[in-house]
Every structure is written in C-alpha cells, then in structure tokens.
Design a protein around this ligand. Structure first.
Ligand code: PLP
Length: 455
C-alpha cells in the first residue's frame, strides 16, 4: 500500500503513541485501521473482512454494530450525558446497575464501586483492602498475593499485581506489596507424572508457606483470575480453587476474583466463580459488562467489607477515592441494556453451546506437530505452539512462530491474539456454531502455512 504523507496512516505514525506496541516497528509497518464492525466481523480501511476471534480485547460479547446499545447511549446522552457520583450525588442508571450487579453476582457480594477500567478497578481493590484493614486496626495486614502469569492491568498497583514481565520490565515495577506464587498451569508447571489434583495440592501448600513466611498478620488478600486470560488462557488444575480458598480462609486472607475477562458468560456460566466454586470476598468485572461499547468496570464486595469502609469513612469524615467517570451515566445505561441483551438472547447458553463446538473443533490440533497443548473452557480457548512436542521446548526466540501464525491468520481474515507462544481465541458470545467452524477453518489454513514456513 502506498502511504501518502497526509494519510491517516502517516498521521497515526506521526502523532499517536500506541499502547502495547513496539513504537519503532509501528513506524515501519504503520497501523491497521479498522473502520466498522457488524456481528462477529470487523472491516479495515481496505474493505477487508475479518472474523474478530478475540472480540476486540476479550470484550465485545454482543458483537459489533448492536443498535440497541447505540440507542441506549443516545437516549442517556440526550437526557443526562454526564453527572458524577461524588458527595452523595446519584443518577438512575448507576443505581439500577449497582442493584442489578448485586442481584446477578455470586452470593455474598452486596456492594458496588464503579471505575472506568479494569486496571483502575484493581487499584481500587488494593486501596479498599488497605482502608478496610486500617479500619479494623490491622495496619500491618497489607500484602497481596498474586500469581506469575496473572494479569490485572497496567496502572501502578494493578501492574504490580500482574505477574507478566512485559508489564513490569522498564517500569520499576512491581511495588513491594505483592508476592507472586507459581502459575497454576499444569502443562508448563506440573512435574512429570504429577496429577492435576497433586499439582493443586502443591500450589495450595506453596501459598500457605508464603503466607506463613510473610506472617498471616501481614497478608491481606489473594487475587486471581478464575481462568487466566492474558497470560495465555490458562485453566487452573482440578480442585485448585477449593484448596486455595481453604488456605485463605484459614489465615483470614481475602479472596479477590478478577472476572474482567470471564464475567458475564464467557465460560458458559454467568461468572467463572460458578464454574470453579469460588466464593469471593471481592470481585472485579469489566469488558463484557458493556461489551466494551463504553469504558466501565466495577468492584463488588461483601457486606463485612462495606461495614469496615463505612465506619472508617465516618471516622475520617470522607472516603477519599473516586473517579470523575465513576458510574458514568452513559456507560452504566449501556451496561444495563447490554446485560438485558445477554439475558434476552440467552447468550450465556449460546457461549456454552458455541464454546463446546469451539473446544471440540480445536481439540484435534493437539496432534499437530507444531502444537503442544490445546486448552480452554467455554468460549475462550488457546493453542500453544512448541518447537518440540516431546520435550515441550519453545521456539527460540519465544513467540516468533506464534506471531507468524497470527499474521497468516490475519491474511486469511481471522483476528486472533498471539501471546508469546500461544494463540488465543475469545470470539463474541453471539457466535453461531457455523461461524465457529469458519473460524477454525481459517485457523487451520494459517497453521498449515506456518508449518510449511517453519520447514
Ligand atoms: N484484569 C483482567 C483479568 C484483564 O484481562 C484486564 C485486561 O485485559 C484487566 C484486569 C485490565 O483492564 P483494563 O485494560 O480495562 O485496564
């Protein structure tokens, strides 16, 4: 493509510093400009169509071009485009959404705090937990335990919880309030011959050892995605969550479920907490709450935590935390409509059905010479590429082959995500079984071409 000096491409390179992008490479290759979307598809400025098999960033549950969300936003914009929720102010959509989230969420989550993003929500979790423990006079109980490979966002506290080097290298992170324990991914971290249950026992024992080493009086919370997403779509080993929760309860450590990707149906249950039997003290949701048509996230927490926060805000005279956009009326109005669509159209059940098809259709790739593991639950899945199946050795440098596969997929009209050596899938929850078959057929072509390229 010829890039004219005043083209959108040239202006993007000149002025726009992109998130999660190698800026020098961007100068060479320029942007891929997406112009519009409809259903599971997006279209670029050359008119090419792609199956968006990542639903944007794991997020556009109801698909692109959903008119009801456009109308909900427009209605709210004309009535009250903005108002805040500081200092006792409120508006209808944020009140209704808070109530709806409490009704939908796992038992024991009774209060809601709104933010604009998942990262802000996780920063808020850290501050709420610190404030809560200060309220209880437990000023030493401040350490968080997170997992290597976990993803909780990129703001300073959230990036410290995240357990991925790419989010910390070069940023002087993590901050010292976090300890990271072993990534609960059996394929890479279980020992030879170790069953999933035995691996889960070992992980729970490690967690307990870390709590004891730190001193339970200093450990405030354990945070985890029920199924890790950005770390490479990593379902935990069987019995992991029940064992980890038992350790946390024993030492009075709060359990925080980060459902930013998994919330609102992704695994074929409304929340992944249901799938894994998690009873969290706090839960974070975002992305599919509005299908990302508007930026919005929420922290839900127990009444016990609320009582501590409320008492402390009275003692101090104020709860000094909140965003200009907390509970934004347009975002919360869009969320209400989005949740109504998910319910009316049975999209959680569809995620279970189309998800079963996706897992079934991807499973045979486990036999492919380039593939080490195929994994996933419901409508989130991944294929991990290896240089050697028997030893599970990675290609050198890591990610090179998966990136080629990602590029071949794109050439065949399929947008996936390459996470190091893993290719991830997380399509919109409206996807039909026939569309799943088309997605997998395009992936198969890309994989064959990649195998030929590797030689
Ligand atoms: N938590 C999880 C599990 C996520 O997957 C993400 C983003 O992908 C975040 C938090 C951060 O959300 P945001 O990008 O909205 O800050």
């Amino acid at each position: 493509m010829t890039v004219l000096p005043n083209s959108l491409h040239a202006r993007d390179v000149a002025y726009h510093f992109h998130p999660y992008t190698n800026a020098r490479r961007h100068e060479r290759v320029g942007p891929m400009i997406i112009e519009r979307g409809a259903g599971i598809h997006v279209y670029d400025d050359q008119g090419r169509e792609y199956i968006e098999a990542m639903a944007g960033l794991w997020s556009v549950g109801v698909g692109f071009g959903e008119g009801r969300l456009v109308e909900a936003a427009a209605r709210q914009m004309s009535r009250l485009p903005y108002y805040h929720t500081f200092t006792h102010k409120a508006h209808e959509p944020s009140i209704l959404l808070a109530e709806r989230l409490v009704r939908l969420s796992p038992e024991g989550l009774d209060h809601v705090f709104f933010t604009n993003s998942g990262s802000e929500a996780n920063d808020t979790v850290v501050k709420l937990v610190w404030y809560y423990n200060n309220a209880l006079g437990r000023s030493a109980k401040k350490t968080f335990i997170a997992r290597q490979g976990g993803y909780h966002g990129i703001t300073v506290a959230a990036a410290s919880l995240t357990g991925l080097p790419t989010n910390q290298r070069g940023f002087d992170l993590p901050l010292p309030f976090v300890r990271h324990v072993t990534c609960p991914h059996a394929y890479r971290h279980a020992r030879a011959g170790e069953s999933e249950e035995a691996f889960a026992d070992r992980l729970a024992a490690e967690l307990e050892a870390v709590i004891l080493e730190e001193g339970p009086e200093t450990v405030a919370a354990f945070i985890g995605e029920p199924l890790m997403g950005a770390g490479g779509v990593l379902p935990p080993p069987r019995t992991y969550w029940e064992k980890v929760q038992a350790v946390c309860r024993r030492h009075d450590v709060l359990v925080v479920a980060d459902e930013v990707i998994t919330g609102f149906g992704r695994l074929g249950t409304l929340f992944a907490c249901e799938h894994y039997g998690i009873r969290p003290d706090m839960m974070v949701v975002s992305k599919q709450i509005t299908s990302s048509y508007q930026p919005l996230a929420a922290v839900l927490f127990s009444d016990a935590i609320y009582q501590g926060l409320a008492d402390h805000s009275e003692a101090i005279g104020n709860f000094g935390h909140g965003f200009t956009g907390s509970g934004h009326p347009v975002a919360t109005a869009v969320a209400l409509e989005n949740l109504a669509i998910i319910e009316e159209r049975g999209l959680v059940a569809n995620a279970a059905r189309s998800g079963a098809r996706l897992q079934q259709a991807l499973a045979p790739f486990a036999e492919h010479p380039l593939v080490g593991e195929v994994r996933g639950v419901g409508l989130i899945a991944a294929v991990e590429i290896v240089a050697d199946k028997a030893s599970r050795a990675k290609f050198d440098p890591p990610g090179r082959v998966a990136f080629h596969l990602f590029e071949r997929a794109q050439a065949h009209g399929l947008i996936v995500r390459a996470i190091q050596d893993t290719v991830a899938f997380c399509p919109p929850m409206i996807i039909t079984q026939a569309e799943v078959d088309e997605l997998v057929a395009r992936f198969a072509l890309a994989l064959e071409e990649t195998a030929a390229w590797v030689g």
